[in-house]
Design a protein around this ligand. Structure first.
Ligand SMILES: Cc1cc2nc3c(=O)[nH]c(=O)nc-3n(C[C@H](O)[C@H](O)[C@H](O)COP(=O)(O)O)c2cc1C
Length: 319
């Protein structure tokens, strides 16, 4: 089963993105984002995304895509699939075949060149955003045909970036006129307004949705996110070989001591499901999450904050 990618009444996905209720993507999170979160996000008027490795098999991915496609038809928001395009991903060809069939309006590539996805996604009129952590990777992604960049910056949850989000978006805006989706510790509507004012088209928020009712995080993980503050995080490459932002209490509960965290582990993009199951990641926006609640309630609050921040900016501009 496939769907028209152009939402009714709008001429293109790019226009739809510009008319979302809020310029926000509920970012893809390993073992956390499933159809429930994606559908709730699209129905609340933002973009809901999931990483395809969250489905153990191609058959599971097909079921998820069928469910999401049907549930998101006519929704004010959109859905997105996040694809690992690294050469070690044995499912890349199968995932791309399902993408061609179910036509997610937005495809986000990570850990490799977006080139293979661009060909498939452009053929049905979708757009490709490439996840990058540096200007150098951003240039490569743009040269490979990406329509937009997901700029993963300092403060992001999971595998993190290192540039200040403000410096990163400013540097990219000088040379890239495609879509820029900014991430890194942005967890309230004030931060969304700041990102848009700085030049971003969209904001990528993972941590803000970790404790949502529709998140697949286990209850103890959600509670840890609700309880955590900024000082409860550590960035370490000791777990997956790539620097990631972790909740310290979950590392301690699994027997890690802070000194062990200084040594990088061997890189492992594929077989780390067990580690992510017991060791819990979050970004620097964690302090903004103070309750477990439905995605719709979170988006309502973000919209209120965004309005307040926008009014404050307009008032300053009028002086
Ligand atoms: C628990 C967790 C799992 C994540 N898993 C993935 C993933 O599988 N693929 C990916 O591209 N990004 C992943 N990310 C990164 C997010 O997509 C996003 O870049 C990040 O959450 C944005 O920063 P924020 O958490 O400060 O909002 C993950 C983040 C978290 C917190």
């Amino acid at each position: 089963m496939s769907q028209n990618t152009a939402p009714s009444g709008l001429t293109s996905i790019r226009e739809h993105l510009a008319r979302l209720r809020l310029p926000v993507v509920a970012a893809p999170m390993f073992l956390v984002s499933g159809p429930e979160l994606v559908i709730a996000a699209a129905r609340a008027g933002i973009v809901g995304a999931f990483p395809t490795p969250n489905c153990r098999t191609t058959a599971d991915l097909e079921r998820w895509m069928a469910t999401i496609t049907e549930a998101c038809a006519g929704a004010p928001g959109l859905w997105a699939a996040n694809l690992v395009t690294h050469s070690t991903n044995p499912r890349l060809a199968d995932d791309l075949a399902l993408i061609a069939r179910y036509r997610p309006p937005v495809v986000i590539t990570a850990l490799g060149s977006p080139r293979a996805a661009v060909e498939v996604v452009h053929a049905y009129g979708g757009i490709v955003l490439a996840d990058v952590i540096s200007v150098e990777l951003a240039r490569k992604a743009a040269a490979a045909g990406a329509d937009g960049l997901v700029c993963v910056s300092a403060g992001a949850g999971g595998h993190t970036g290192f540039q200040s989000p403000f410096a990163f978006v400013s540097a990219l805006r000088r040379e890239f006129d495609g879509l820029i989706c900014l991430s890194g510790g942005i967890a309230d509507g004030f931060g969304i307004a700041g990102a848009v004012a700085a030049g971003a088209d969209l904001v990528y928020m993972g941590t803000r949705f970790l404790a949502a009712d529709e998140s697949r995080a286990v209850p103890a993980y959600k509670q840890m996110v609700v309880d955590a503050r900024l000082e409860d995080l550590v960035v370490s490459a000791a777990i997956t070989g790539t620097p990631a932002s972790w909740l310290l209490p979950s590392l301690r509960a699994n027997g890690y001591d802070p000194d062990q965290l200084k040594t990088a582990a061997a890189r492992d993009y594929g077989g780390d499901a067990m580690r992510w199951k017991d060791l819990w990641a979050a970004g620097q926006g964690v302090g903004a999450v103070d309750a477990q609640e439905p995605v719709a309630t979170i988006v309502d609050r973000l919209a209120d904050e965004f309005r307040t921040a926008s009014a404050a900016l307009a008032a300053r501009a009028a002086i």
